[in-house]
Design a protein around this ligand. Structure first.
Ligand code: NAD
Ligand code: DAU
Length: 358
């Protein structure tokens, strides 16, 4: 696993450790601002788990880790993941997401080709995003969702808009190139927006939960009408486990819950849930809503069609959004120490630069 100390990665590590006690799981992570070993406190002592601090762009180190641990399967999540950061600092995204993925691919190829069995029984599983497909029209604006006639399917043409999604699209192309050129066994999945415990509070849902609790403003980009398709992170982790074992090699699978929401509706729901859980009267935090300058190149709508995963492998999400959101809010309110631990240093500096003067 790469990126196992991050938000989704930590749930995937936990899923694999618990579901496959016979596996040896190596979690390789650079521990950037987004990586936090506290996410894995409950499983760090398990006998089938090892943590290795390493940077995926360090090709020599990737090669030595492949042979030292005799890696035969890779689930690659390590990435720079925040769109707003990519707008400010695209080079870091190209370096980690493109060059890092390439260095991991090449290290895996060399190690596996050096083995007598070659690529047999090996898999490079790359975790990607629905953002590579670009943005969909919002041509059914009224409730209920879907908010448009089109959904992203696995054959939708790539059309990324942000430096983040361009870097993820590029990494997907490299993964396919290693399959088509060298015959490396690969799988790619493209998932919609995740939410749940342990998400870094620069992303919409944890940022807003924390701000509502503290009485800070809720900066909604543009008019809050952008649509995202939300999936509970543990459902994504289960889909990854399933695909790692059952996916057809060389294939791409979309992962999503057919769960489109306008940002403004999520924010109103979050205010309701957080205020209720904190014993505040209804409407107490409504005044925190603040419309701010839109994100540059802000994609209007994402919506994933995950029919292929459902029909081929029987996967479906386990939670309704309202239930998942309640669980998520409860977790952040009960884990203030975690939030305080990560809202320091680099993050505080970034947050200040981002919002000062808005
Ligand atoms: P995250 O930012 O929470 O975690 C990323 C992890 O990668 C961190 O632990 C970080 O330390 C590590 N990392 C970063 N650069 C590294 C490097 N050079 N070497 C080694 N480790 C490094 O990200 P996330 O939200 O958990 O996303 C994980 C993956 O899933 C990413 O590839 C992302 O593109 C993809 N994805 C995310 C979402 C989402 O909604 N968050 C949806 C679909 C796909
Ligand atoms: O779709 C999958 C993607 O989802 C992943 O690939 C990314 O790694 C992940 O960060 C996420 O990207 P988004 O840009 O959709 O997520 P974010 O939480 O940053 O924003 C969600 C929506 O909320 C988006 O339309 C922008 C808006 N937003 C976000 C923030 C942080 C605001 O209006 N205000 C904010 O302060």
């Amino acid at each position: 696993m790469t990126g196992g100390a991050g938000f989704i990665g930590s749930h995937v590590v936990r899923q694999l450790i618990n579901a496959h006690p016979d596996y040896r799981i190596v979690n390789l992570d650079k521990l950037t601002y987004a990586g936090n070993l506290a996410n894995l406190d409950d499983v760090a002592g398990k006998p089938n788990y090892r943590f290795v601090k390493a940077d995926i762009t360090d090709f020599d180190h990737m090669c030595s880790i492949m042979s030292e641990y005799q890696i035969d399967g890779i689930i690659h999540l390590a990435a720079e993941s925040h769109v707003d950061r990519s707008i400010k600092d695209p080079f870091t995204f190209a370096r980690t997401n493109v060059m890092g993925t390439l260095s991991l691919l090449e290290a895996a190829k060399r190690y596996w080709q050096s083995r007598p069995e070659g690529f047999d029984g090996k898999l490079f599983y790359h975790i990607s995003t629905d953002e590579v497909y670009g943005a969909l029209e919002l041509n059914l604006p009224d409730e209920p969702a879907p908010y448009g006639t089109e959904l992203f399917v696995e054959t939708t043409r790539y059309n990324p808009h942000s430096p983040y999604s361009a870097s993820k699209a590029s990494s997907d192309h490299f993964v396919r190139a290693y399959h088509d050129t060298y015959g490396m066994p690969v799988v790619i999945s493209n998932c919609s927006n995740n939410y749940g415990p342990n998400q870094f509070p620069e992303k919409l849902i944890p940022l807003f939960i924390n701000n509502i609790r503290k009485g800070l403003s809720l900066p909604i980009y543009g008019r809050g009408e952008n649509v995202r398709d939300w999936l509970y992170v543990e459902d994504h982790a289960k889909a990854i486990d399933l695909l790692f074992h059952k996916a057809r090699v060389g294939e791409t699978y979309n992962i999503g819950g057919f769960n489109e929401w306008k940002n403004i509706d999520i924010v109103k729901l979050l205010i309701k849930v957080v205020d209720r859980m904190l014993g505040r009267p209804e409407g107490f935090s409504d005044h925190l809503i603040t419309y701010v300058t839109d994100r540059a190149g802000h994609d209007l709508r994402y919506a994933i069609d995950s029919t292929k995963l459902a029909t081929e492998l029987g996967w479906k999400p386990s939670l309704q959004f309202e239930e998942g959101l309640e669980r998520t809010v409860r977790w952040y309110l009960d884990n203030q120490a975690w939030i305080d631990g990560v809202t320091s240093g680099d993050y505080l500096k970034y947050y200040k630069e981002m919002y000062d003067g808005r």
